[in-house]
Design a protein around this ligand. Structure first.
Ligand code: FE
Ligand code: CA
Length: 511
């Protein structure tokens, strides 16, 4: 069978479902009236390489059902998928069928292969006779090439109750080449009244709870728009499980759980994370863990070293919190854990691309004041941070850039060879994104807290927002983008401040 006749056959299948004669979007609307629409959680793509990308969806005609199964019967369902170079799908470059399993909450993770490097694509799904919305995605440049300059947008901390997801909408409008989410995609808490929006159900503990919580978030049209516009690269932080957990250690015993119940909760959280994110099958949860630290190469332009700073960390020193604590200096302590530290330094030492971008969760630069430092951040694991920084210096890594979330504020930082000597060499840069919504509207403050004792801190903002960074072979331009309100829907985004990092010259230069 020739490629053309196979394509005709596929479209014949769509015609049989009665949807090919009208535009895709009207077809969806028309079909929704007859059967509950199964694609209410949207579509997504992620984890691109030069020839493939992951396509994701999860069928849920009644997405908010308390059992987390989204109104789907206890049966597996065939899902067709298509990839095209046009949003009319006039010709297909890849297509196939997968099984959405009840046991996986009818989520699918398709690895669409055979694609060209550094190219844009459109994709969609069909299930139960209905078509999904259309998503746009892209592949990375081939190794050995830089491809187009890369526009990446990244953010973190999207508490549904604390505001509207306008930041996601504004990120989508940037048409970025890739979106990174650096953790706290969901929050585990039960509902708190008096906020712009309300969580469904109590604090999430079971697999049903986590599945419904993801579903509630994913029904948001602004979030769906951000997923539909570009491939995502994601890493979780604490709230995808529970606040400030460390490896197998809980912050406290609230809600009260036995050891076995806590293990089951953590496993459920990792399972639901995989089910709801456009991750490769290599990242599937297994037993009580999930393999999330990984490298993605953006041709020879950049390498993304995505870290997991929760699953393998030693417990927070001195009981966590913000405090003065000498135990935080202990050489035996690690934030990523020793295997991940070794893996990171091995990767940095390979000089795979011009920019080594370390995507991770918690504040990296030193930030001390007279009352101490955050024991949950790298300041609580100082020897671990020193090993990593010295490791990249020893390996002559030219352009390390650390991306950070977690703190619900935007910061721009130089990384110093020796934080006890402010005049020591600047050996890297850190871009800390604010949150999508977490901590609410914020204010216009830009005075940098504690800059007197931490002069490497170059920028601060207490607005919600994201960072847009344009990466070229010669420089990285970073724009701190922010919205004035998340308590009302539809705020405009503006650039508060821009910095440039020149290739071969670590540190942020104000533009
Ligand atoms: Fe957060
Ligand atoms: Ca966090």
């Amino acid at each position: 069978m020739s490629p053309i006749s196979r394509r005709t056959l596929v479209f014949g299948g769509l015609a049989a479902a009665g949807v090919s004669a009208v535009p895709v979007r009207s077809a969806v609307i028309a079909a929704t009236a007859a059967v509950p629409y199964p694609f209410q959680l949207g579509i997504a793509s992620g984890e691109p390489d030069a020839n493939s990308v992951v396509l994701w969806t999860r069928l849920a005609p009644s997405p908010l059902n308390a059992d987390g199964q989204g109104g789907m019967a206890n049966a597996d369902v065939v899902v067709d998928w298509q990839v095209s170079t046009t949003d009319t799908f006039s010709t297909l470059v890849a297509f196939g069928s997968v099984t959405a399993q009840y046991a996986a909450a009818h989520s699918v993770h398709v690895v669409a292969g055979g694609l060209n490097p550094d190219s844009d694509y459109y994709y969609r799904f069909r299930a139960q006779g209905q078509l999904s919305p259309v998503g746009r995605t892209r592949t990375t440049p081939a190794v050995g090439t830089n491809g187009r300059d890369l526009v990446m947008a990244f953010t973190s901390c999207s508490h549904y109750e604390e505001g509207y997801f306008t930041v996601y909408r504004r990120m989508a409008e940037e048409n970025p080449g890739v979106i990174l989410h650096l953790g706290d995609y969901i929050y585990e808490y039960g509902p708190t009244s008096g906020r712009p929006r309300l969580h469904l159900g109590n604090e999430v503990v079971t697999i049903a709870d986590y599945r419904r919580r993801y579903a509630q978030y994913k029904t948001d049209p602004d979030l769906q728009a951000a997923h539909a516009v570009a491939p995502w690269i994601v890493v979780p932080d604490d709230h995808e499980v529970e606040n400030n957990y460390a490896g197998t250690i809980r912050e406290n015993n609230t809600p009260a759980l036995t050891a076995a119940q806590w293990t089951a909760r953590r496993s459920a959280a990792y399972q639901a994370y995989y089910e709801n994110m456009p991750l490769r099958p290599a990242q599937v949860n297994s037993g009580n863990s999930i393999q999330l630290y990984r490298r993605l190469r953006w041709g020879s332009l950049a390498t993304f070293h995505m870290l997991d700073t929760r699953q393998y960390r030693d417990d927070q020193a001195c009981g966590d919190g913000w405090k003065i604590c000498s135990d935080a200096d202990l050489a035996t302590r690690s934030l990523p854990g020793n295997p991940q530290e070794t893996w990171l330094l091995d990767g940095l030492g390979q000089h795979l691309g011009t920019w080594d971008i370390i995507g991770q969760q918690v504040f990296f630069a030193r930030r001390f004041n007279s009352t101490g430092a955050s024991m949950d951040s790298w300041d609580g694991y100082r020897a671990s941070r020193a090993r990593i920084q010295q490791g990249w210096v020893d390996r002559a890594v030219r352009n390390p850039v650390v991306l950070t979330g977690d703190v619900h504020r935007a910061w721009g930082n130089d990384l110093k060879a020796d934080y006890n000597n402010a005049n020591s060499a600047t050996i890297g840069s850190e871009l800390v994104t604010s949150s999508v919504t977490s901590s609410g509207d914020g204010d216009a403050t830009t005075a940098i807290p504690d800059v007197g004792t931490n002069p490497w801190l170059k920028f601060y903002s207490n607005r919600r927002g994201y960072i847009r960074a344009t990466v070229s072979p010669t420089q990285l331009n970073a724009d701190f983008r922010a919205v004035a309100k998340v308590s009302e829907h539809g705020a405009v985004a503006s650039t508060l401040k821009s910095f440039v990092v020149q290739e071969g010259q670590p540190g942020l230069q104000a533009v």
